[in-house]
Design a protein around this ligand. Structure first.
Ligand code: FES
Ligand code: FE2
Length: 350
């Protein structure tokens, strides 16, 4: 088993599923179609007709149901076939598709693809993106990564790469060798880096003093299994304490598409004390997009191309001190998947 199934994953942004239209995406190797019922609530169904396997998104929405575009079988939002226009109209028992629990929260449409009952308590907290939080939400984005989600997750949990890959933008040279302090709480892994007296990276200079002077900087990345991240990162005057600007929450959310491709959603939430003109806010969003799409993505895509279909550990990767977080995360994912598999197996009778 490649994925943790009993978990919430982001399928897309809520506005991508529009009334009267279908939206489809492959998630965890399964083709899924989304649409809205007439009352506006979202539906997620397996995107494959059980008759001749045509994707249902090529069909038509009929009220709260969808009709296959090939021979007209009709399915309701529970996935049951409710109409067979052929012969005596009898509905074969196997004529059904899977329906997935979905939940709209924090501007995103979350999907539960496991067999266990969907558990809303497991939905990660991204309330900093909600208008009621008072944070200023920066335009986020979506990137299709041609790499396994665990490679991308390593990129996010271990931010030592910002010195090299995002030099001048998110990182600066004096950050090399910063200690990583790892902690775990309630199944989350938190990776903290503290970088005192460094030259200020471009993004933070814009949010803070705009003098390109020295600052103390921190990054604190929280991993919420299986593949959601919340970063608290910023700068303040050397030797001082955190102010009401100069920092932000970075939201980074990964959803496996296939074993070798990943849907990557990102956004940021800035504290109310941040003063940015519209042009500066657009520049902040663009700097982040550039870093993730034009700096991280090519590295990730190239990593997967180099690995091919070979298992990560079979390649015997060299391990450095910076890998403590990523390795702990990989082990935690393995344990969670193993536990899920064990509960899914019927009890043996000896
Ligand atoms: S393929 Fe869907 S009804 Fe035939
Ligand atoms: Fe990066």
């Amino acid at each position: 088993m490649t994925y943790l199934k009993n978990a919430w994953y982001v399928a897309c942004l809520t506005h991508q599923v529009r009334a009267g239209e279908m939206f489809h995406r492959t998630l965890l190797d399964e083709a899924v179609v989304f649409y809205r019922k007439q009352d506006g609530s979202p539906v997620a169904l397996q995107d494959r007709c059980p008759h001749r396997f045509v994707p249902l998104h090529l069909g038509t929405i009929r009220g709260d149901q969808i009709e296959c575009g090939y021979h007209g079988l009709r399915f309701d939002c529970s996935g049951a076939c409710v109409k067979n226009p052929h012969g005596d109209g009898k509905i074969p028992a196997a004529a059904k598709v899977r329906a997935y629990p979905v939940e709209e929260r924090h501007g995103m449409l979350w999907i539960w693809m496991g067999d266990a009952p969907a558990d809303l308590a497991l939905l990660p907290d991204y309330s900093v993106l909600d208008p009621s939080s008072g944070y200023l939400v920066s335009t986020g984005g979506y990137i299709h990564i041609k790499a396994n989600y665990e490679l991308m997750a390593e990129n996010l949990l271990d931010l030592s790469h910002i010195t090299y890959l995002h030099d001048g933008l998110l990182g600066s040279p004096e950050q090399v060798g910063a200690d990583q302090v790892l902690t775990e709480d309630e199944g989350h892994i938190v990776c903290r880096r503290w970088m005192p007296g460094i030259s200020v990276p471009g993004v933070f200079d814009m949010l803070y003093r705009r003098d390109q002077g020295l600052v103390d900087m921190w990054t604190e990345m929280r991993w919420m299994p299986p593949s959601c991240f919340l970063l608290d990162s910023g700068v303040h005057a050397v030797g001082a304490t955190r102010e009401d600007h100069g920092w932000y929450y970075g939201v980074h959310i990964l959803t496996p598409e296939t074993r070798y491709t990943t849907h990557y959603h990102f956004a940021a939430a800035l504290p109310a004390g941040t003063r940015l003109t519209d042009a500066e806010a657009a520049k902040f969003a663009e700097m982040r997009r550039f870093a993730f799409e034009e700096q991280d993505k090519p590295i990730l895509d190239a990593q997967q191309a180099a690995l091919g279909e070979t298992d990560f550990w079979a390649m015997k990767p060299v391990l450095l001190t910076i890998d403590a977080g990523p390795v702990r995360m990989r082990r935690a994912i393995e344990r969670l998947i193993a536990a899920e598999r064990q509960t899914a197996q019927p009890a043996s009778v000896d």
